[in-house]
Design a protein around this ligand. Structure first.
Ligand code: SAM
Length: 260
């Protein structure tokens, strides 16, 4: 399947997420954890698709605003509708740098990007912004706007990520953007605590945050309407089918900020 030939002992967020999305880049430990998570939150696979749909809408919004370069932090195992596919579909001069720490995500990204000169993958830890930015600088022009994506990433960063966000914000010019989606326990009852407990046994503990905290991550940005909302409510496509589940069941907030 991939570069690792030994079954890992602990599930990884990237491979569990791949399973939710119907991918095949996961091991038995990942599938077992994903099934447990689905028992807690039965709509998880639909929620992850809603998260991916937010990513695509955010990239299209930024492309329409003139952004041609994207830095996708915690990009994951590639699936349909990747950032470069959406961005290149909107503009042939788009450029994308993907960043992930997970070796399966990186190996699979390398193979699908082999013949895509406009996009590349860097294996790095996003909590080491100097390393990430130095690598990205060889592919992206930091004198022009960049769309930075932290989609379904920051709930895997246990320490307060505000300093990290400021570091990335200060590296890009005004007119750049930051897209965030983030898991929450808001309105989830006991399901939120159960999910955190489950992920605490994985290689990627999960930290839920509330809406006000996530909105605070956009300090210094112009927050684009409608602000930080449950993912299906973030600028839904006018021709999208009506959501079959109440938006709060996604347990995920999303927002987009523009660097002033
Ligand atoms: C749930 S997936 C999200 C993938 C993609 N952004 C999306 O929304 O579809 C989270 C990804 O973040 C990656 N990740 C978690 N912590 C990271 C870190 N400190 N540095 C780089 N990647 C990280 C994981 O490996 C995983 O691939």
């Amino acid at each position: 399947m991939e570069q690792q030939d030994v079954e890992p002992e602990r599930p990884s967020a990237a491979r569990v997420y791949d399973y939710y999305l119907g991918g095949s880049h996961n091991f038995a430990v990942d599938r077992a954890m994903a099934e447990q998570a689905i028992r807690i939150l039965p709509e998880l696979p639909a929620n992850m698709r809603a998260n991916r749909a937010f990513l695509r809408r955010a990239v299209r919004y930024m492309t329409a605003a003139g952004v041609r370069q994207f830095l996708d932090l915690g990009s994951g195992i590639p699936t349909v509708g990747n950032v470069h596919e959406v961005a290149l579909g909107e503009s042939r001069d788009a450029r994308v740098v993907y960043v992930d720490v997970d070796s399966v995500a990186v190996a699979h990204s390398q193979s699908i990007l082999e013949h895509v000169p406009e996009a590349t993958i860097v294996q790095a830890d996003v909590t080491e912004p100097d390393t990430v930015l130095a690598q990205a600088a060889s592919r992206l022009d930091f004198d022009r706007p960049i769309g930075v994506l932290m989609v379904a990433l920051l709930h895997f960063v246990p320490d307060d990520p505000r300093g990290l966000i400021v570091r990335y914000r200060d590296a890009v010019v005004p007119g750049s953007y930051l897209a965030i989606s983030h898991g929450t326990a808001d309105q989830q009852g006991e399901r939120g605590a159960k999910m955190e407990a489950l992920y605490s046994r994985s290689a990627s503990p999960l930290v839920s945050r509330d809406r006000a905290t996530i909105e605070g991550f956009f300090a210094g940005f112009e927050l684009i309407e409608p602000g930080v909302v449950f993912v299906p409510r973030w600028r839904p496509d006018p021709d999208a089918l009506p959501a079959t589940l109440p938006p709060e069941r996604t347990a995920t907030y999303a927002g987009l900020g523009r660097v002033r």
